[in-house]
Design a protein around this ligand. Sequence first.
Ligand code: BYC
Length: 314
Amino acid sequence: MTGTLSEEDLETHFERTIARDQRIEPRDWVPEGYRKTMVRQIAQHAHSEIIGMQPEGAWITRAPSLRRKAILLAKVQDEAGHGLYLYSAAETLGADRADLTQKLIDGKQKYSSIFNYPTLSFADVGVIGWLVDGAAICNQVPLCRSSFGPYARAMIRICKEESFHQRQGYELLMTMMRGTPAQREMVQDAVNRWWWPSLMMFGPPDHDSPNTERSMAWKIKRHTNDELRQRFVDMSVPQAEALGVTLPDPDLKWNADRGHYDFGEIDWSELKRVISGDGPCNAERVERRRKAHEDGAWVREAAAAYAAKRRESA
Ligand code: BYC
């Protein structure tokens, strides 16, 4: 079918599909720029889910009760599942999973800046659930309407699981806030450390975001980085009040004219530093991923050998 159509016809068909708000599917012709952008975003997202297992995974052996351990194990396993759906979505665009993993390990592809910060106390597990998963939901709910079908569908399931993650984090923090003064201090300290990095998860400000315009035109992104960041701030302030913690921003205040909370200037040089590999835990995170990949080589080889044997005997 595509063989009989010119590149121009294919391009027109693609643009019309986007304009009608219909989904692009793996069988459809797409411009090379769209394919590259989608692979870039999906791969970064998949890498974030996989690397994102590390900061919380570090607390599985130190969880304070069997209940907390079971919850944390389930959550970290969910993140692995999200990574796997996303790598599968990238494969529908012709990307190769082994190649993507290699690019992550070689520092040629990015993952979310947020996972380059250390988890210093168990309160961090709660704050990651509340703020980091909360920011992820804010960013990802609109991606359920993203123009690329396999990505949008993966997002629906991921968002459902992220909602559970966010609630478990908030419930953990509520419990700690009802505890001793030392526990309340731990929560406040974790909020102080994670608030600003959570705002950075939404990416650079719109005037410094080279990909937004194109991705919005292709309906990959439905909102700009700043729009989603504002939504997250507006959502988080009443949640912080209900929890009884202070968000570490003296400029945070309701602006009746805008109908939004104003907030302080984000340290964009920190985001740049962390993205470029120089955050507090970048080297450790990538090294751990490299080792896990190498240690798992025998499993991949065994699975491939078994599949080949099955094919031969079929
Ligand atoms: N960190 O032009 P821009 C989770 C990069 S995991 C690192 O605005 P775009 C969870 C950006 O990629 C959820 N890099 O880009 C897991 C671009 O670089 P390149 C993770 C960042 O794509 C475990 C450059 O900066 N979520 O929830 O239009 C436990 C310029 O940016 C960051 C996703 O992956 C950053 N924060 O917009 C718990 C969401 N920000 O590639 C929880 C999917 C920007 O041009 N991704 N960069 O070299 C997106 O929605 C978009 O890609 C972004 C960036 C909003 C992140």
